[in-house]
Design a binder for this molecule. Structure first.
Ligand code: SIN
Length: 188
């Protein structure tokens, strides 16, 4: 599958008939909301775990030297906390462009972190079959890779460190992210 997913997302899932759409963010979408939104609420989804297994050619790396960014990996026992945004459908033109390096969006249910209910919304996931997928590695190796990478959106370590801070603000303990953060801080 091509790693540019813009056309795939727009063709397989038109949204224009909807008044608003919820989006669940678990990576940079938690801390970098560079789009207009109606409201945002902390949320979680079941059956997925956050992993720095996706290559970034266009934001935190280059095609020659991809960085490492977050995707979700299916895991029936896992719960992943993040931030949900209610947006108008036109915002997906920007989001599809931002997430074009291998991420496909699909509808799933997410629960509010405060326990007050749930909603159906979209999440972008870069699956193992996309060309930019890098896959599993030890957290210390991921940290070294991140420390050496940068792209048009800035240094790769900024992505990781901002995400770790945002997860702490949500009260979320993500062992994978915090282990990479710890290893990264040992390197500097
Ligand atoms: C997300 O944050 O939900 C997707 C991955 C990213 O843009 O970092």
């Amino acid at each position: 599958m091509s790693h540019n997913t813009i056309a795939l997302n727009q063709q397989s899932q038109p949204l224009d008939h909807l008044d608003s759409v919820w989006l669940f963010g678990y990576g940079s979408l938690i801390y970098k909301a560079d789009f207009p939104f109606i409201q945002r609420r902390p949320a979680r989804i079941h059956g997925w775990v956050r992993r720095f297994w996706q290559g970034s050619h266009d934001h935190r790396g280059t095609p020659e030297q991809p960085g490492r960014v977050a995707t979700l990996i299916a895991d029936p026992d896992a719960v992943c906390a993040g931030m949900a945004y209610e947006v108008t459908p036109d915002v997906f033109a920007h989001l599809d462009h931002r997430e074009k390096n291998g991420y496909l969006r699909f509808f799933t249910e997410f629960e509010w972190l405060d326990g007050s209910g749930s909603v159906e919304g979209l999440v972008y996931v870069a699956g193992p079959d996309n060309e930019a997928f890098l896959g599993q590695a030890h957290e210390t190796d991921i940290a070294a890779h991140i420390a050496a990478s940068a792209g048009p959106s800035g240094p790769n370590d900024e992505y990781l460190l901002k995400l770790a801070d945002a997860l702490r603000e949500l009260g979320e303990h993500d062992e994978h992210v915090f282990a990479i953060e710890h290893a990264l801080k040992q390197l500097s």
